[in-house]
Each structure stands twice: as structure tokens, then as C-alpha cells.
Design a binder for this molecule. Structure first.
Ligand code: DAH
Length: 337
């Protein structure tokens, strides 16, 4: 009997050192398993005198019940402890700064190019493209600039060979389109052009949008109407527009188109060189010589053409004073548009 009761104490003592569920399971087997210390005490039952037997059996069962209770209690404590440990080990530090993934965005030049294209499409123009590596014939000759023409000097040309150049303007697209299509034509041709020039207002590669319209009765007033509508849509409806006589070999008469300087409101500043006006476009009535080059009858057809620099339009629209900013890929600059 005493031995049975002492099992309580030895269990209690041993249970104090248990630190895991696995250890507890071992202890459970040791005391309550088939060959466990408590279980084996029941085997003595038959050898005990009948008077003491009930008392003995009761005591063994009491001890068994007590140990079971203790095991359950320790088990739930250990489970709680485990749960706490897991939560701590899986905890997230929500005060850590997040990982930053920068987003790309449309380049300001592409944005302005889309805007220009959108406006002309709304006026019924179609978009055509031409090659950036161009034949001398399309870039110059067919535009009424033969090899010895002095106007070639205005464009610092990158020559690939005697007959092949990097196009210096988008005007050759006029010739390519007119060679394969018959009037009426209402075309714009956006794209990259190249000139050997670099400073605060020139980069060796830049963008132009060419435009032209050919039909049987197109006049200079059509040119004025289309360009004024475009300028008022791209800038503001009250932007002052000025047509100034000029010269291009492929147009006659030719004009340069200025807008009132947006930097000083036409009062005169360093950007407009105190004139109050800024040039944004070259244009004119298509020279009959150009029509002859593509096999159009100049007695039947007439047209106008124009060309503008996209970087320049973007600089005026967003008050940017250095063209090189567009190509330095500094995100602090590019993110502003
Ligand atoms: N191609 C000219 C240049 O790059 C711009 C230009 C002027 C285009 C007059 C035209 C035009 O179509 O009619 O300087």
C-alpha cells in the first residue's frame, strides 16, 4: 500500500523535469502503460488477502486517477506553451519598411507624340511611317535638294555611304507615300530623325512629326486652318499664332510658324531672345517640282506640308529649358510628366 502511495510522489517529482510533450508521453507509458509502474501494482491484487483487497484496489485506482489528472494538466500547459512559442517565432515585424518596386511610365516625348497624333487623327489624318536609314534620294533629291543644293548644309547629315543617310527629317515619308498612293491624302508621319549636332537645344537624335495634305484644291488657307486648330488644341485656345515667310526647297511659298512666347507672355525674355515669339513649325504649299518627282500632275493637284520638332513642342508645353534632359534617363525628371 505504501509502495503504491509512494508512486504519487515519485511521479510528481519526475513530472517536474518534463519539458516536452514527447517526454510527457514517455512518463505516461512508464506509469500507466501496460507494463507501467501503476498498472503492474494491480497484478498483485490476487495475492492480497480478501479483506484488504477492496482497499488496495481503491488505492491503486486513486493513484492511477491522480496521475492521469496530472498528465492531462501538464499536457494542456505544454500545449499552451508550444502555441505561444510558435506565435512568437512566426511573428512579423510590421514596423519594417516595405520593399519598393518602381513602376515604369510613358516617356514625356512619347506622351507628347501621342498627343500630337491624337489631335491630327481627330482632324481626319492617317499615320504613315518611313525608314530611319534612308536613301539620299528620298531625304534630299526628291525633295528638290539635288547634290549641290546649298539647303543641304542646313542639315548636318550622318552619311552611311554616298547614297544612304540617317534621315535628317521626316519629309522623305511624303515622297514614299505619294509614290505608292494617289490623292486625296491626309497624312502625318511621326518618327526619329538624326543630325550631327549637340548642345542645349540639339541632340543627335530627336523626333519630328511630318504632315501633308494633297487634293485638287488645297491652298495656303487650308494650311493655316489646320495648323491653327492644332496649335490651339495642343497649347491653349488663346495661344497667339504668327505665320512668317521662310524658305524650304520642297514648298513654295514657305512659312515658319511662331507662337507667342509662353515663358514671358510675349513681353520678351531670354528664351524668345526678346522677340516675344518662338518658332515651332516649318510649312508651306508643296512645290510643283516635288509633285513632278512622284508623277503627280501639278496642274491637277495641290497640297500643303509641315514639319515640327516633338522635343521642342514638349519643351514649350512643359517649360523645359534643356533638351538633353529627355535623354539622360534621370527618373526624378521623367517622373514629373
Ligand atoms: N523638314 C523640315 C526640317 O526638318 C521641316 C519642314 C519644313 C517640313 C517645311 C515640311 C515643310 O513638310 O513643308 O527642317
Amino acid at each position: 500500500m505504501e509502495e503504491v502511495l509512494s508512486l504519487k510522489n515519485s511521479f510528481l517529482e519526475e513530472s517536474r523535469t518534463v519539458t516536452s510533450l514527447a517526454e510527457l508521453q514517455q512518463l505516461k507509458v512508464k506509469y500507466l502503460g501496460k507494463k507501467g509502474l501503476v498498472t503492474s501494482k494491480l497484478k498483485f491484487l490476487s495475492g492480497i488477502s480478501p479483506e484488504l483487497r477492496p482497499e488496495y484496489g481503491k488505492t491503486v485506482n486513486e493513484v492511477k486517477g491522480y496521475i492521469e489528472e496530472q498528465i492531462n494538466r501538464i499536457e494542456s500547459l505544454l500545449k499552451k506553451e508550444d502555441h505561444k512559442k510558435r506565435i512568437l517565432s512566426e511573428a512579423l515585424d510590421i514596423t519594417l519598411p516595405g520593399k519598393f518596386t518602381p513602376f515604369g511610365r510613358e516617356h514625356p516625348i512619347n506622351k507628347v507624340l501621342s498627343e500630337i497624333t491624337r489631335i491630327f487623327i481627330s482632324m481626319g489624318f492617317e499615320v504613315e511611317e518611313g525608314p530611319e536609314v534612308e536613301l539620299d534620294y528620298y531625304n534630299f533629291e526628291a525633295l528638290n535638294m539635288p547634290k549641290d543644293h546649298s539647303a543641304r548644309d542646313m542639315q548636318d547629315t550622318f552619311y552611311i555611304s554616298d547614297d544612304v543617310v540617317l534621315r535628317t527629317h521626316t519629309s522623305p515619308v511624303q515622297i514614299r507615300v505619294m509614290e505608292k498612293k494617289k490623292p486625296p491624302l491626309k497624312i502625318i508621319a511621326p518618327g526619329k530623325v538624326y543630325r550631327c549636332d549637340a548642345d542645349i537645344s540639339h541632340t543627335p537624335m530627336f523626333h519630328q512629326v511630318e504632315g501633308f495634305m494633297v487634293d485638287t484644291a488645297i491652298s495656303f488657307s487650308d494650311l493655316k486652318g489646320v495648323l491653327e486648330s492644332f496649335i490651339h488644341s495642343f497649347f491653349t485656345v488663346d495661344t497667339p499664332v504668327r505665320f512668317r515667310p521662310s524658305y524650304f526647297p520642297f514648298t513654295e511659298p514657305s512659312a515658319e510658324i511662331d507662337i507667342g512666347c509662353p515663358f514671358c507672355d510675349r513681353k520678351g525674355c531670354s528664351v524668345c531672345k526678346k522677340s516675344g515669339w518662338l518658332e515651332i513649325l516649318g510649312a508651306g504649299v508643296i512645290n510643283p517640282r516635288v509633285f513632278e518627282m512622284v508623277g503627280y500632275n501639278p496642274e491637277v493637284y495641290s497640297g500643303f506640308a509641315f514639319g515640327m520638332g516633338v522635343e521642342r513642342m514638349a519643351m514649350l508645353k512643359y517649360s523645359i529649358d534643356d533638351i538633353r534632359l529627355f535623354f539622360e534617363n534621370d527618373m526624378r525628371f521623367l517622373k514629373q510628366f
